[in-house]
Design a protein around this ligand. Structure first.
Ligand code: PGA
Length: 244
């Protein structure tokens, strides 16, 4: 996995088809970097292919094919030329009751189909207030990764996204993010015998705080939600991170 920091735009369930077309017109020629991966709502993916940035999925199912109405398989994603998927986003854990076991099944099949997996983990406000952050992250990681071969981790990145920081305009301090990333790296080294896993930060990353966040020395990039929908903000984030 490359050492350059990456920016993943998690566009969630936003934009109509005509808004997507305008967005693509606006970014045309302005994003020319392999470090940028945009994850649009999946029905819009064909519009995003064959551009000078990468495209990812916000979610994937498991199994290669079959009677799973409404789902997209990793094999199908791979056949479209997609190379990356998010898994276990907190909004899916919350609204769709995704369990660590389900997330694990998705990871196994995504890896089998040569997708890079971005495993999202994070604590709620309540868990943070109860000083349970490390415990919660450990449970999510162990549940999602149990039984995987250490070399599978070559194709997995962790996105640390505190649930309370998502869409709230609040972020942990740089020291808190740094220390949590250090904790995750040590934990994965200890539990899975895999040194220096790539960890991204997500949660209210925007054009105003990116320069400050980018001072954190042990992160590998960012998962950007709301700000990825606004071209000006996204371009500023890319400028800071890619030209660092
Ligand atoms: P946000 O979302 O940047 O809007 O906080 C991040 C995410 O949910 O991945």
């Amino acid at each position: 996995m490359e050492n350059k920091r990456i920016i993943i735009g998690n566009m969630k369930m936003n934009m109509t088809a005509s808004e997507v077309c305008n967005y693509l017109k606006e970014i045309d020629g302005k994003i020319n970097s392999e470090q940028v991966i945009l994850c649009p709502t999946s029905i819009y993916i064909p519009y995003f292919l064959k551009k000078p940035f990468k495209v990812g999925l916000q979610n994937v199912y498991f199994h290669d094919a079959g009677a799973y109405t409404g789902e997209v398989s990793p094999k199908q994603a791979s056949s479209m030329g997609i190379r990356l998927t998010l898994v276990g986003h907190s909004e899916r854990r919350l609204h769709l009751n995704e369990s660590d076991d389900l997330i694990r099944s998705k990871i196994v099949d995504a890896l089998r189909n040569h997708l890079v997996v971005v495993l999202c983990i994070g604590e709620t406000k309540e868990e943070r207030d109860m000083l349970r952050t490390d415990k919660v992250l450990k449970k999510q990681l162990k549940g999602a990764l149990k039984g995987l071969e250490p070399n599978s981790l070559d194709h997995i990145m962790i996105a640390y996204e505190p649930v309370w920081a998502i869409g709230s305009n609040e972020t942990p301090s740089n020291k808190e993010i740094h220390d949590t990333i250090a904790y995750l790296k040590t934990l994965i080294e200890k539990e899975f015998d895999y040194p220096d896993i790539s960890v991204l930060y997500g949660g209210s990353v925007n054009d105003k705080n990116i320069e400050d966040l980018n001072k954190i020395d042990n992160l590998s990039g960012y998962l950007v939600g709301g700000a990825s929908l606004e071209v000006k903000k996204l371009l500023k984030i890319i400028e800071v991170v890619v030209n660092q």
